[in-house]
Ligand binder design. Structure first.
Ligand code: NDP
Length: 450
């Protein structure tokens, strides 16, 4: 690496900080990618031509809109809606919608930025975008959720479309919300354009395996990483943080492969499950009753214990799969994991490990797969849903699952090889950032300065 590349990257980053003040998560996501790009620019300086790096870090379009809705008491509530259409060099913008009170422009930009590289790694023709609202679905009635979704879509619908931008779910947005959003889109546009949203119900354009895809894909990729070190999930103890869509299906696949899920969590605390998780009960509590993880401990027996406000990373395990939210695993927790003998960390959530934690993993020989590679199964299967919609077809569970499995194996091969090609063997952060970047960068260079 030459000093001039270092200086060049610092200059880009300083400019970005000034221009995007008060957006720490976005800064964190960009900083990690720029760090990996130093290695690329050292070898292939043409990737800095035509303002490529500055253009890559600036969203193509950022939409912010008012979302007024009426609650069950007849009072008017006002939320803020976002859609950041970050990069469409590889295909239509694609990325989920997040409904959570912590949502702001910086969070959506970090997620949209990550999504560019993740989508590129899938090898499928999809660009990167993300959206959402600071609406809190917790404690809201079904009718309130419906009215909110309808109001949100009343603005969003003019900005999306099969060839333009195809949103999906994320935190707080599952099958129910996608249903209400799709219904309103269909009403406003007067057409059944199934390719406009993914994560739809199976009878109206949805794909089998989409619900399971992020969790299953995470475990497929982690299995490949373990295989590369002659290990497997058989007999492994695994922490899965969170208890939402990604966490539930990661836990299911871990147990199918012979591992034991020893802890799961939500934002109030964690449950230790030394004898594994009863998935039927967990799904009933989280997906049907929409209750808290504490209810699981109360009902499951079999050694399950609830730790209110506890740190899930203190549980002894071979593998840790953070599947809740950004920055949930800090440097101190990374040290706790290492002290307890954890050898593998793979991210189901987006950016769940802080920079200190990532640094610790890389320095201490903990095999670590970053979210943009490890959780790409969700968006990959969304792209498979788009393929089925385009051809008016619906594939079997087995076939779709096999396609997902192949995509995740290929992503692991790609990031592993790229890391080796750039003399960073085993550094899957560099592997993922560089492999994801090069495809997008080549497309942007070919398409000119736009
Ligand atoms: P869900 O809303 O289904 O579940 C989120 C889970 O994370 C819940 O258990 C929630 O607990 C917990 N959580 C949320 N915020 C916090 C917090 N601040 N502290 C601790 N726990 C928290 O979301 P998903 O499972 O869909 O998403 C989880 C992660 O995976 C996100 O980072 C998302 O971006 C990422 N992801 C999701 C994909 C998908 O297909 N759904 C695809 C790729 C990535 P509580 O109920 O207490 O809030």
């Amino acid at each position: 690496m030459t000093a001039s590349v270092d200086t060049q990257i610092s200059e880009y980053y300083d400019k970005l900080l000034k221009r995007n003040a008060g957006e720490p998560e976005f800064h964190q996501a960009v900083s990690e990618v720029l760090d990996s790009l130093k290695i690329v620019l050292g070898k292939d300086p043409h990737y800095a031509d035509y303002g490529l790096i500055e253009r890559l870090c600036e969203p193509e379009r950022q939409l912010i809109f008012r979302v007024p809705w009426t609650d069950d008491n007849g009072d008017i509530q006002v939320n803020r809606g976002f859609r950041v259409q970050f990069n469409s060099a590889l295909g239509p913008y694609k990325g989920g919608l997040r409904f959570h009170p912590s949502v702001n422009l910086g969070i959506i930009k970090f997620l949209g930025f990550e999504q560019i590289f993740k989508n590129s790694l899938t090898g499928l023709p999809i660009g990167g975008g993300k959206g959402g609202s600071d609406f809190d679905p917790k404690g809201k009635s079904d009718r309130e959720i419906m009215r909110f979704c309808q109001s949100f879509m009343t603005e969003l619908y003019r900005h999306i479309g099969e060839y333009r931008d195809v949103p999906a779910g994320d935190i707080g947005v599952g099958g129910r919300e996608i249903g209400y959003l799709f219904g309103q889109y269909r009403r406003l546009s007067n057409q059944h354009e199934s390719g406009v949203l993914t994560g739809k119900g199976l009878t109206w354009g949805g794909s089998l395996v989409r619900t399971e895809a992020t969790g299953y894909g995470l475990v497929y990729l982690t299995s490949e990483m373990m295989k590369a070190h002659n290990e497997s999930f058989e007999g492994a103890k695994v922490i899965v943080s969170g208890s939402g869509n990604v966490a539930i299906y990661a836990a299911e696949k871990v147990q199918q492969l012979g591992g034991t899920v020893v802890a799961m969590s939500d934002s109030s605390g964690y449950v230790s499950t030394p004898n594994g998780v009863d998935l039927e009960l967990l799904k009933d509590i989280k997906e049907v009753r929409r209750a808290r993880i504490s209810a699981y401990a109360a009902e499951a027996g079999n050694g399950a214990e609830y730790h209110k406000g506890g740190n899930i990373w203190e549980v002894k395990a071979d593998v840790a799969l953070p599947c809740a939210t950004q920055n949930e695993l800090d440097g101190e927790s990374a040290k706790l994991l290492a002290a307890n003998g954890t050898r593998y960390v793979a991210e189901g959530a987006n950016m769940p490990s802080t920079p200190e934690a990532v640094h610790f993993f890389l320095q201490n020989d903990i095999h670590y797969a970053p979210g943009k590679a490890a959780n790409a199964g969700g968006v990959a299967t969304s792209a498979l849903e788009m393929q089925q919609n385009a051809s008016r077809d619906s594939w079997s569970f087995e076939y779709t699952d096999q396609r997902l499995h192949e995509i995740m194996s290929n992503i692991f091969k790609d990031i592993d090889k790229t890391a080796k090609d750039y003399d960073r063997e085993g550094d899957y952060v560099a592997g993922a950032n560089i492999a994801g970047f090069k495809k997008v960068a080549d497309a942007m260079l070919a398409q000119g300065v736009i």
